[in-house]
Write a protein that binds this ligand. Structure first.
Ligand code: GUN
Length: 298
Protein backbone atom coordinates (compact mmCIF):
# COMPACT_ATOMS: atom_id res chain seq x y z
CA UNK A 1 0.00 0.00 0.00
CA UNK A 2 1.29 3.44 -0.91
CA UNK A 3 1.29 5.65 2.17
CA UNK A 4 1.87 8.81 0.14
CA UNK A 5 -1.90 9.12 -0.35
CA UNK A 6 -2.49 9.43 3.39
CA UNK A 7 -3.26 12.88 4.78
CA UNK A 8 -1.56 12.92 8.18
CA UNK A 9 -3.86 14.81 10.57
CA UNK A 10 -1.68 14.07 13.57
CA UNK A 11 1.34 15.78 12.01
CA UNK A 12 -0.78 18.70 10.75
CA UNK A 13 -2.35 19.19 14.19
CA UNK A 14 1.12 19.14 15.80
CA UNK A 15 2.22 21.96 13.44
CA UNK A 16 -0.86 24.07 14.25
CA UNK A 17 -0.38 23.50 17.99
CA UNK A 18 3.30 24.39 17.79
CA UNK A 19 2.40 27.74 16.20
CA UNK A 20 -0.34 28.35 18.81
CA UNK A 21 2.18 27.65 21.58
CA UNK A 22 4.57 30.21 20.12
CA UNK A 23 1.83 32.84 19.70
CA UNK A 24 0.66 32.22 23.29
CA UNK A 25 4.22 32.95 24.46
CA UNK A 26 4.13 36.24 22.53
CA UNK A 27 0.83 37.20 24.22
CA UNK A 28 2.22 36.27 27.63
CA UNK A 29 5.20 38.54 26.96
CA UNK A 30 2.64 41.37 26.68
CA UNK A 31 1.17 40.36 30.05
CA UNK A 32 -1.84 38.52 28.60
CA UNK A 33 -2.64 34.97 29.78
CA UNK A 34 -5.09 33.30 27.34
CA UNK A 35 -7.77 31.29 29.11
CA UNK A 36 -10.46 28.81 28.05
CA UNK A 37 -13.49 27.90 30.18
CA UNK A 38 -14.85 24.40 29.47
CA UNK A 39 -18.35 23.52 30.69
CA UNK A 40 -19.54 19.93 30.93
CA UNK A 41 -23.13 19.26 31.98
CA UNK A 42 -23.84 15.67 33.02
CA UNK A 43 -21.70 12.53 32.88
CA UNK A 44 -21.73 11.43 29.23
CA UNK A 45 -18.61 9.19 29.08
CA UNK A 46 -17.51 10.27 25.56
CA UNK A 47 -17.91 13.96 26.52
CA UNK A 48 -15.78 13.39 29.63
CA UNK A 49 -12.97 12.00 27.45
CA UNK A 50 -13.26 14.91 24.96
CA UNK A 51 -13.22 17.50 27.75
CA UNK A 52 -10.20 15.89 29.42
CA UNK A 53 -8.31 15.95 26.11
CA UNK A 54 -9.23 19.58 25.47
CA UNK A 55 -7.96 20.60 28.90
CA UNK A 56 -4.71 18.64 28.52
CA UNK A 57 -4.05 20.17 25.10
CA UNK A 58 -4.75 23.68 26.43
CA UNK A 59 -2.17 23.18 29.18
CA UNK A 60 0.39 21.97 26.61
CA UNK A 61 -0.16 25.19 24.64
CA UNK A 62 0.22 27.41 27.72
CA UNK A 63 -3.50 28.26 27.71
CA UNK A 64 -5.08 28.38 31.17
CA UNK A 65 -8.15 26.14 31.32
CA UNK A 66 -10.97 26.39 33.82
CA UNK A 67 -13.27 23.39 34.03
CA UNK A 68 -16.90 23.60 35.19
CA UNK A 69 -18.69 20.32 35.82
CA UNK A 70 -22.42 20.66 36.38
CA UNK A 71 -24.71 17.77 37.39
CA UNK A 72 -27.00 16.16 34.82
CA UNK A 73 -29.97 17.72 36.69
CA UNK A 74 -28.49 21.23 36.74
CA UNK A 75 -31.31 23.74 36.06
CA UNK A 76 -31.02 25.62 32.77
CA UNK A 77 -31.11 28.91 34.68
CA UNK A 78 -27.92 27.92 36.58
CA UNK A 79 -26.11 27.13 33.32
CA UNK A 80 -27.20 30.46 31.79
CA UNK A 81 -26.06 32.26 34.95
CA UNK A 82 -22.61 30.63 34.72
CA UNK A 83 -22.29 31.58 31.04
CA UNK A 84 -23.25 35.18 31.87
CA UNK A 85 -20.56 35.29 34.60
CA UNK A 86 -17.94 33.95 32.18
CA UNK A 87 -19.01 36.46 29.50
CA UNK A 88 -18.39 39.26 32.01
CA UNK A 89 -15.06 37.87 33.24
CA UNK A 90 -12.30 39.67 31.32
CA UNK A 91 -9.76 36.99 32.33
CA UNK A 92 -11.70 34.36 30.30
CA UNK A 93 -11.18 34.54 26.53
CA UNK A 94 -13.04 31.48 25.29
CA UNK A 95 -16.09 29.51 26.46
CA UNK A 96 -16.72 25.96 25.30
CA UNK A 97 -20.01 24.27 26.18
CA UNK A 98 -19.55 20.56 25.51
CA UNK A 99 -22.40 18.96 23.55
CA UNK A 100 -24.67 17.05 23.81
CA UNK A 101 -26.53 18.65 26.71
CA UNK A 102 -29.09 16.87 28.93
CA UNK A 103 -32.53 16.95 27.33
CA UNK A 104 -34.09 19.49 29.72
CA UNK A 105 -31.64 22.17 28.54
CA UNK A 106 -32.40 24.01 25.29
CA UNK A 107 -29.20 23.71 23.27
CA UNK A 108 -29.82 26.77 21.08
CA UNK A 109 -30.69 28.95 24.09
CA UNK A 110 -27.47 27.93 25.87
CA UNK A 111 -25.24 28.39 22.80
CA UNK A 112 -26.82 31.78 22.05
CA UNK A 113 -26.01 32.90 25.62
CA UNK A 114 -22.25 32.71 24.92
CA UNK A 115 -20.76 36.09 23.89
CA UNK A 116 -19.93 35.80 20.15
CA UNK A 117 -16.35 36.98 20.74
CA UNK A 118 -15.80 34.14 23.25
CA UNK A 119 -17.63 31.51 21.17
CA UNK A 120 -14.61 29.32 20.33
CA UNK A 121 -16.90 26.67 18.78
CA UNK A 122 -18.30 29.20 16.29
CA UNK A 123 -21.87 28.00 16.99
CA UNK A 124 -23.48 31.37 17.91
CA UNK A 125 -25.81 32.68 15.18
CA UNK A 126 -23.69 35.87 14.98
CA UNK A 127 -20.69 33.74 13.98
CA UNK A 128 -22.73 31.38 11.78
CA UNK A 129 -24.15 34.41 9.93
CA UNK A 130 -20.75 36.06 9.72
CA UNK A 131 -19.25 32.95 8.15
CA UNK A 132 -22.06 32.73 5.62
CA UNK A 133 -21.34 36.38 4.67
CA UNK A 134 -17.63 35.57 4.35
CA UNK A 135 -16.65 37.79 7.34
CA UNK A 136 -13.67 36.98 9.58
CA UNK A 137 -15.36 35.33 12.57
CA UNK A 138 -14.67 32.38 14.89
CA UNK A 139 -15.51 29.28 12.82
CA UNK A 140 -16.35 25.71 13.95
CA UNK A 141 -13.22 23.73 14.78
CA UNK A 142 -13.72 20.48 12.84
CA UNK A 143 -14.60 22.01 9.45
CA UNK A 144 -11.86 24.64 9.89
CA UNK A 145 -9.41 21.77 10.44
CA UNK A 146 -10.71 20.06 7.28
CA UNK A 147 -10.05 23.21 5.22
CA UNK A 148 -6.50 23.32 6.63
CA UNK A 149 -5.91 19.69 5.54
CA UNK A 150 -7.37 20.35 2.08
CA UNK A 151 -5.20 23.43 1.54
CA UNK A 152 -2.12 21.53 2.69
CA UNK A 153 -2.96 18.78 0.18
CA UNK A 154 -4.23 20.75 -2.81
CA UNK A 155 -3.01 24.31 -2.30
CA UNK A 156 -5.59 26.75 -3.70
CA UNK A 157 -9.10 25.24 -3.59
CA UNK A 158 -10.55 27.82 -5.97
CA UNK A 159 -12.80 26.34 -8.68
CA UNK A 160 -12.84 22.80 -7.27
CA UNK A 161 -16.13 20.97 -7.02
CA UNK A 162 -16.65 19.89 -3.42
CA UNK A 163 -19.39 17.56 -2.23
CA UNK A 164 -20.22 17.58 1.48
CA UNK A 165 -22.08 14.47 2.62
CA UNK A 166 -24.18 15.42 5.67
CA UNK A 167 -25.85 18.66 6.78
CA UNK A 168 -25.33 18.89 10.55
CA UNK A 169 -24.96 22.29 12.22
CA UNK A 170 -21.59 21.25 13.71
CA UNK A 171 -19.91 19.96 10.54
CA UNK A 172 -21.88 19.74 7.27
CA UNK A 173 -23.34 23.26 7.06
CA UNK A 174 -20.25 25.19 8.25
CA UNK A 175 -18.08 22.95 6.04
CA UNK A 176 -20.12 23.98 3.00
CA UNK A 177 -19.83 27.67 4.00
CA UNK A 178 -16.04 27.42 4.45
CA UNK A 179 -15.59 25.64 1.09
CA UNK A 180 -17.66 28.36 -0.58
CA UNK A 181 -15.50 31.00 1.14
CA UNK A 182 -12.49 29.17 -0.35
CA UNK A 183 -14.10 29.62 -3.81
CA UNK A 184 -15.20 26.01 -4.36
CA UNK A 185 -18.43 25.02 -6.12
CA UNK A 186 -20.28 23.25 -3.33
CA UNK A 187 -22.94 20.55 -3.31
CA UNK A 188 -24.41 19.28 -0.04
CA UNK A 189 -25.95 15.82 -0.17
CA UNK A 190 -28.04 14.33 2.62
CA UNK A 191 -30.56 11.62 3.47
CA UNK A 192 -33.21 13.12 1.15
CA UNK A 193 -30.89 13.67 -1.83
CA UNK A 194 -32.15 11.88 -4.93
CA UNK A 195 -28.90 10.30 -6.11
CA UNK A 196 -26.27 11.10 -3.52
CA UNK A 197 -23.86 8.58 -5.01
CA UNK A 198 -24.00 10.06 -8.54
CA UNK A 199 -23.57 13.61 -7.18
CA UNK A 200 -20.62 12.50 -5.08
CA UNK A 201 -18.97 10.88 -8.11
CA UNK A 202 -18.71 14.35 -9.71
CA UNK A 203 -16.60 15.73 -6.85
CA UNK A 204 -12.94 16.76 -6.83
CA UNK A 205 -13.25 16.95 -3.03
CA UNK A 206 -15.50 14.78 -0.87
CA UNK A 207 -16.07 15.60 2.81
CA UNK A 208 -17.94 12.78 4.53
CA UNK A 209 -19.76 13.74 7.74
CA UNK A 210 -22.80 11.51 8.08
CA UNK A 211 -21.98 9.22 11.00
CA UNK A 212 -22.65 6.00 9.05
CA UNK A 213 -19.78 3.51 9.16
CA UNK A 214 -18.08 2.89 5.76
CA UNK A 215 -21.05 4.20 3.77
CA UNK A 216 -18.92 5.68 0.99
CA UNK A 217 -16.91 3.22 -1.07
CA UNK A 218 -14.99 3.49 -4.37
CA UNK A 219 -18.24 3.48 -6.39
CA UNK A 220 -19.03 6.94 -4.89
CA UNK A 221 -15.71 8.47 -5.92
CA UNK A 222 -14.26 10.00 -9.06
CA UNK A 223 -10.74 8.69 -9.78
CA UNK A 224 -8.25 11.12 -8.21
CA UNK A 225 -10.70 12.70 -5.75
CA UNK A 226 -9.41 14.01 -2.41
CA UNK A 227 -11.41 12.55 0.50
CA UNK A 228 -11.78 13.98 3.99
CA UNK A 229 -13.46 11.54 6.35
CA UNK A 230 -14.96 13.24 9.41
CA UNK A 231 -16.75 10.10 10.64
CA UNK A 232 -15.67 8.42 13.86
CA UNK A 233 -17.79 5.29 14.27
CA UNK A 234 -17.15 2.47 16.71
CA UNK A 235 -17.94 -0.94 15.19
CA UNK A 236 -17.70 -4.47 16.47
CA UNK A 237 -15.07 -6.46 14.56
CA UNK A 238 -15.29 -10.03 15.82
CA UNK A 239 -14.28 -9.95 19.50
CA UNK A 240 -12.85 -6.45 19.31
CA UNK A 241 -14.36 -3.04 18.69
CA UNK A 242 -12.56 -0.52 16.51
CA UNK A 243 -13.00 2.92 14.97
CA UNK A 244 -13.92 3.37 11.31
CA UNK A 245 -14.89 6.41 9.28
CA UNK A 246 -17.87 7.16 7.03
CA UNK A 247 -15.66 6.09 4.11
CA UNK A 248 -14.74 2.47 3.36
CA UNK A 249 -11.02 3.18 3.48
CA UNK A 250 -9.77 -0.05 1.83
CA UNK A 251 -12.20 0.28 -1.06
CA UNK A 252 -11.57 4.04 -1.54
CA UNK A 253 -7.76 4.06 -1.33
CA UNK A 254 -6.94 2.82 -4.87
CA UNK A 255 -9.47 5.32 -6.34
CA UNK A 256 -8.39 8.53 -4.57
CA UNK A 257 -5.38 10.84 -4.86
CA UNK A 258 -5.43 11.53 -1.09
CA UNK A 259 -7.51 10.50 1.92
CA UNK A 260 -7.60 11.03 5.69
CA UNK A 261 -7.37 7.83 7.75
CA UNK A 262 -9.57 7.12 10.81
CA UNK A 263 -8.17 7.50 13.40
CA UNK A 264 -5.33 9.98 12.82
CA UNK A 265 -6.97 12.12 10.13
CA UNK A 266 -9.53 14.80 11.00
CA UNK A 267 -9.80 13.85 14.71
CA UNK A 268 -6.66 15.62 15.99
CA UNK A 269 -7.51 18.76 13.98
CA UNK A 270 -10.62 19.56 16.04
CA UNK A 271 -8.72 20.18 19.27
CA UNK A 272 -5.88 21.95 17.43
CA UNK A 273 -8.35 24.48 15.99
CA UNK A 274 -10.10 24.85 19.35
CA UNK A 275 -6.74 26.03 20.71
CA UNK A 276 -6.24 28.25 17.68
CA UNK A 277 -9.73 29.79 18.15
CA UNK A 278 -8.96 30.45 21.83
CA UNK A 279 -5.76 32.21 20.80
CA UNK A 280 -7.61 34.29 18.16
CA UNK A 281 -10.28 35.23 20.74
CA UNK A 282 -7.56 36.33 23.20
CA UNK A 283 -5.75 38.34 20.50
CA UNK A 284 -8.97 40.08 19.40
CA UNK A 285 -10.00 40.90 22.96
CA UNK A 286 -6.52 42.31 23.67
CA UNK A 287 -6.81 44.47 20.56
CA UNK A 288 -10.28 45.69 21.55
CA UNK A 289 -9.02 46.56 25.05
CA UNK A 290 -6.11 48.54 23.62
CA UNK A 291 -8.15 50.53 21.10
CA UNK A 292 -10.11 52.82 23.46
CA UNK A 293 -6.89 53.86 25.28
CA UNK A 294 -5.13 54.63 22.00
CA UNK A 295 -8.19 56.61 20.86
CA UNK A 296 -7.96 58.71 24.03
CA UNK A 297 -4.28 59.44 23.30
CA UNK A 298 -5.06 60.83 19.85
N1 GUN B 1 -19.54 17.56 20.87
C1 GUN B 1 -19.11 16.91 19.76
N2 GUN B 1 -18.39 17.74 18.97
C2 GUN B 1 -18.36 18.94 19.60
C3 GUN B 1 -17.76 20.18 19.28
O1 GUN B 1 -17.12 20.38 18.25
N3 GUN B 1 -17.96 21.18 20.20
C4 GUN B 1 -18.69 20.99 21.34
N4 GUN B 1 -18.83 22.04 22.16
N5 GUN B 1 -19.26 19.84 21.66
C5 GUN B 1 -19.09 18.82 20.79
Amino acid sequence: MSTSKLIDGKAAAARVLQQVKQDVLDLKAEGIQPALAVILVGEDPASQVYVRNKILRAEECGIRSIEYRLGADCPQARLLELIAELNDDASVNGILLQLPLPRHIEETRALQAIAPGKDVDGFHSENVGGLSQGREVLTPCTPTGCIYLLEQTLGDLSGKHAVVVGRSNIVGKPMAALLLKAHCSVTVVHSRSRDAQALCRLADIVVAAVGRPRMIDASWLKPGAVVIDVGINRIQDGERSRLVGDVDFDSALPQVSAITPVPGGVGPMTIAFLMKNTLIAAQQQALANRQPKEAVCL
